[in-house]
Design a protein around this ligand. Structure first.
Ligand SMILES: [Zn+2]
Length: 173
Protein backbone atom coordinates (compact mmCIF):
# COMPACT_ATOMS: atom_id res chain seq x y z
CA UNK A 1 0.00 0.00 0.00
CA UNK A 2 3.01 2.28 0.11
CA UNK A 3 2.28 3.62 -3.36
CA UNK A 4 -0.92 5.12 -1.97
CA UNK A 5 0.60 6.79 1.06
CA UNK A 6 1.43 9.93 -0.90
CA UNK A 7 -2.21 10.21 -1.98
CA UNK A 8 -3.27 10.68 1.64
CA UNK A 9 -3.06 14.45 1.93
CA UNK A 10 -2.38 15.86 5.38
CA UNK A 11 -4.62 18.94 5.29
CA UNK A 12 -3.46 20.15 8.70
CA UNK A 13 0.04 20.36 7.32
CA UNK A 14 -0.93 22.74 4.50
CA UNK A 15 -0.36 26.44 4.87
CA UNK A 16 -2.97 29.00 3.84
CA UNK A 17 -2.82 29.78 0.15
CA UNK A 18 -1.80 27.51 -2.69
CA UNK A 19 -0.09 24.14 -2.63
CA UNK A 20 0.62 22.09 -5.75
CA UNK A 21 1.05 18.31 -5.62
CA UNK A 22 2.10 16.08 -8.52
CA UNK A 23 1.59 12.37 -8.90
CA UNK A 24 2.68 9.79 -11.43
CA UNK A 25 0.36 6.82 -11.18
CA UNK A 26 0.65 3.41 -12.84
CA UNK A 27 -0.36 -0.24 -12.35
CA UNK A 28 0.71 -0.23 -8.72
CA UNK A 29 -1.77 2.53 -8.03
CA UNK A 30 -4.58 0.76 -9.92
CA UNK A 31 -3.84 -2.40 -7.97
CA UNK A 32 -3.76 -0.58 -4.66
CA UNK A 33 -7.18 1.03 -5.18
CA UNK A 34 -8.46 -2.34 -6.46
CA UNK A 35 -9.63 -0.67 -9.65
CA UNK A 36 -12.61 -2.62 -11.00
CA UNK A 37 -12.32 -1.75 -14.72
CA UNK A 38 -8.93 -0.25 -15.50
CA UNK A 39 -5.93 -2.42 -14.71
CA UNK A 40 -3.21 -0.88 -16.84
CA UNK A 41 -2.18 2.64 -17.68
CA UNK A 42 -0.16 5.69 -16.77
CA UNK A 43 -1.52 8.93 -15.41
CA UNK A 44 -0.03 12.20 -14.37
CA UNK A 45 -2.15 14.06 -11.84
CA UNK A 46 -1.63 17.62 -10.71
CA UNK A 47 -3.59 18.77 -7.67
CA UNK A 48 -3.77 22.48 -6.94
CA UNK A 49 -5.01 23.08 -3.40
CA UNK A 50 -6.20 26.45 -2.24
CA UNK A 51 -6.56 26.66 1.52
CA UNK A 52 -8.59 29.37 3.25
CA UNK A 53 -8.53 28.66 6.98
CA UNK A 54 -10.62 25.48 7.35
CA UNK A 55 -11.79 25.32 3.76
CA UNK A 56 -9.92 23.72 0.88
CA UNK A 57 -10.55 23.88 -2.82
CA UNK A 58 -8.85 21.12 -4.81
CA UNK A 59 -8.47 21.25 -8.57
CA UNK A 60 -7.35 18.04 -10.24
CA UNK A 61 -5.86 17.81 -13.69
CA UNK A 62 -5.43 14.24 -14.88
CA UNK A 63 -3.61 13.36 -18.08
CA UNK A 64 -2.54 9.97 -19.31
CA UNK A 65 -3.39 6.71 -20.99
CA UNK A 66 -5.65 3.91 -19.85
CA UNK A 67 -5.06 0.47 -21.37
CA UNK A 68 -8.47 -1.12 -21.72
CA UNK A 69 -10.11 -3.71 -24.01
CA UNK A 70 -11.42 -2.42 -27.32
CA UNK A 71 -15.21 -2.73 -27.64
CA UNK A 72 -14.87 -4.17 -31.14
CA UNK A 73 -12.05 -6.73 -31.05
CA UNK A 74 -11.48 -7.10 -27.27
CA UNK A 75 -7.71 -6.56 -27.65
CA UNK A 76 -6.10 -3.99 -25.38
CA UNK A 77 -6.13 -0.45 -26.73
CA UNK A 78 -4.73 2.86 -25.51
CA UNK A 79 -7.40 5.30 -24.42
CA UNK A 80 -6.09 8.84 -23.87
CA UNK A 81 -7.45 10.36 -20.68
CA UNK A 82 -7.66 14.05 -19.92
CA UNK A 83 -9.83 15.33 -17.10
CA UNK A 84 -10.33 18.38 -14.95
CA UNK A 85 -12.20 17.95 -11.70
CA UNK A 86 -12.84 19.87 -8.54
CA UNK A 87 -13.44 18.96 -4.92
CA UNK A 88 -14.37 21.21 -2.05
CA UNK A 89 -13.24 20.09 1.39
CA UNK A 90 -14.02 21.44 4.82
CA UNK A 91 -13.11 20.45 8.33
CA UNK A 92 -15.87 19.05 10.54
CA UNK A 93 -16.64 16.47 13.18
CA UNK A 94 -16.62 13.29 11.10
CA UNK A 95 -15.84 12.22 7.55
CA UNK A 96 -18.65 12.74 5.04
CA UNK A 97 -19.08 13.02 1.27
CA UNK A 98 -21.90 14.99 -0.29
CA UNK A 99 -21.72 15.58 -4.04
CA UNK A 100 -18.38 17.35 -4.48
CA UNK A 101 -18.17 18.56 -0.88
CA UNK A 102 -16.10 16.41 1.43
CA UNK A 103 -15.99 16.87 5.19
CA UNK A 104 -12.82 15.69 6.91
CA UNK A 105 -12.52 15.17 10.67
CA UNK A 106 -10.33 18.04 11.80
CA UNK A 107 -8.40 16.07 14.44
CA UNK A 108 -7.24 13.60 11.76
CA UNK A 109 -7.05 16.04 8.88
CA UNK A 110 -6.31 13.37 6.27
CA UNK A 111 -7.93 13.44 2.85
CA UNK A 112 -7.34 10.29 0.80
CA UNK A 113 -7.67 11.26 -2.87
CA UNK A 114 -6.79 7.83 -4.35
CA UNK A 115 -10.37 6.76 -5.08
CA UNK A 116 -11.48 10.23 -6.18
CA UNK A 117 -8.75 10.19 -8.82
CA UNK A 118 -9.82 6.73 -9.99
CA UNK A 119 -13.39 7.96 -10.42
CA UNK A 120 -12.14 10.97 -12.39
CA UNK A 121 -10.21 8.64 -14.71
CA UNK A 122 -13.19 6.33 -15.22
CA UNK A 123 -15.54 9.21 -15.94
CA UNK A 124 -13.14 10.50 -18.60
CA UNK A 125 -13.31 7.26 -20.61
CA UNK A 126 -15.95 7.30 -23.34
CA UNK A 127 -18.64 4.64 -23.05
CA UNK A 128 -17.73 3.33 -26.51
CA UNK A 129 -13.99 3.01 -27.02
CA UNK A 130 -12.45 1.30 -30.03
CA UNK A 131 -9.14 1.12 -31.88
CA UNK A 132 -8.46 3.64 -34.61
CA UNK A 133 -9.86 2.45 -37.98
CA UNK A 134 -7.84 -0.51 -39.26
CA UNK A 135 -6.03 -1.06 -35.95
CA UNK A 136 -8.28 -3.77 -34.58
CA UNK A 137 -6.97 -7.31 -34.20
CA UNK A 138 -8.00 -8.70 -37.60
CA UNK A 139 -7.76 -12.37 -36.55
CA UNK A 140 -10.02 -11.64 -33.61
CA UNK A 141 -12.43 -9.67 -35.80
CA UNK A 142 -12.63 -12.61 -38.20
CA UNK A 143 -13.51 -15.02 -35.41
CA UNK A 144 -16.08 -12.60 -34.04
CA UNK A 145 -17.62 -12.15 -37.47
CA UNK A 146 -17.75 -15.89 -38.05
CA UNK A 147 -19.35 -16.24 -34.69
CA UNK A 148 -22.06 -13.71 -35.44
CA UNK A 149 -22.64 -15.43 -38.80
CA UNK A 150 -22.93 -18.82 -37.15
CA UNK A 151 -25.26 -17.32 -34.57
CA UNK A 152 -27.53 -16.18 -37.38
CA UNK A 153 -27.49 -19.74 -38.70
CA UNK A 154 -28.36 -21.01 -35.26
CA UNK A 155 -31.48 -18.94 -35.19
CA UNK A 156 -32.59 -20.52 -38.45
CA UNK A 157 -31.26 -24.01 -38.02
CA UNK A 158 -29.78 -26.00 -35.18
CA UNK A 159 -26.02 -25.54 -35.56
CA UNK A 160 -23.96 -25.98 -32.40
CA UNK A 161 -21.91 -23.04 -31.09
CA UNK A 162 -18.68 -22.53 -33.03
CA UNK A 163 -16.03 -24.41 -31.00
CA UNK A 164 -13.43 -21.74 -31.91
CA UNK A 165 -15.64 -19.15 -30.29
CA UNK A 166 -15.91 -21.25 -27.14
CA UNK A 167 -12.12 -21.59 -27.08
CA UNK A 168 -11.76 -17.84 -27.57
CA UNK A 169 -14.06 -17.08 -24.67
CA UNK A 170 -11.87 -19.31 -22.52
CA UNK A 171 -8.75 -17.39 -23.51
CA UNK A 172 -10.38 -14.06 -22.77
CA UNK A 173 -11.30 -15.16 -19.28
ZN1 LIG B 1 -10.10 -3.16 -31.65
Amino acid sequence: MSSLESLRIDLNGLRDGQTVLDYDLDERYLEAVQAPDIHKGNFHVTVVILRTDKFFELKFHTQGTAIIPCDKCLDDMEQPVSADNRLAVKFGETYAEEDDLVTVAEDEGILDVAWFIYEFIELAIPIRHVHAPGKCNSAMMKVLQEHSASRRDDEEGDKPIDPRWAALLKIKE
